[in-house]
Write a protein that binds this ligand. Structure first.
Ligand code: ADP
Length: 181
């Protein structure tokens, strides 16, 4: 499923983000940039130790990455040239600023991408695994966040959501269908 926003294609696909041949993939990281389970673990395993070395250099310099922000490393052995590590909010019921923080993850990742001349970027569904954000709500926030950014900024050819399972893919498909109306 795809739609066009100005010059940029917004696409939804099912798959494993570690296999994406794009300029950058986003990682659902944690504030310490330590590498954990889920997509984070998969990215570090597939990309090799270089990514963790670069993360520890960022940690030494700025103490990690606050929730809602993003940092960039190379992609190590991944097909993607870069990894943009962004820290999604932990779901605490919805009244703790979760939607603003989640929207900020997408916006800050896209801002970093444009700054680095990245043309194609893939996102996983940030916060909807271990961090517990309800996927139907997260999908709306994610797609609207990306849409708002693309309406205001040129430079990206494609933003692709790479969704790992049917339930997550379905939630994003529903959210995109609603958005098109
Ligand atoms: P968070 O801690 O931000 O919730 P998780 O990694 O636990 O992050 O989950 C985020 C989403 O990433 C979930 O939908 C999970 O199924 C998905 N995911 C896990 N592995 C991969 C992968 N290799 N490619 C794409 N998505 C993945």
């Amino acid at each position: 499923m795809t739609m066009k926003i100005n010059q940029t294609t917004l696409a939804l696909v099912r798959g494993d983000i570690t296999r994406e041949r794009v300029d950058a993939i986003a990682n659902a990281a944690n504030e310490r940039l330590m590498g954990g389970g889920g997509v984070d673990g998969a990215i570090h395993r597939a990309g090799g130790p270089t990514i963790a070395v670069e993360c520890s250099a960022i940690r030494a310099k700025q103490g990690g990455c606050p929730t809602g922000q993003a940092v960039i490393t190379t992609g190590g052995n991944l097909p993607a040239k870069h990894v943009i590590h962004t820290v999604g909010p932990i779901w605490r019921g919805g009244d703790a600023g979760e939607s603003e923080l989640l929207a900020s993850c997408y916006r800050e990742s896209l801002r970093l991408a444009v700054e680095h001349g990245i043309k194609t970027i893939a996102f996983p569904s940030i916060s909807t695994g271990v961090y517990g954000y309800p996927v139907a709500q997260a999908a709306v926030v994610a797609l609207n966040g990306v849409k708002q950014f693309l309406e205001a900024h040129d430079g990206l050819d494609e933003v692709r959501f790479v969704l790992f399972d049917d339930v997550t893919y379905g939630a994003y498909e529903n959210a995109l269908a609603t958005m098109e109306v």
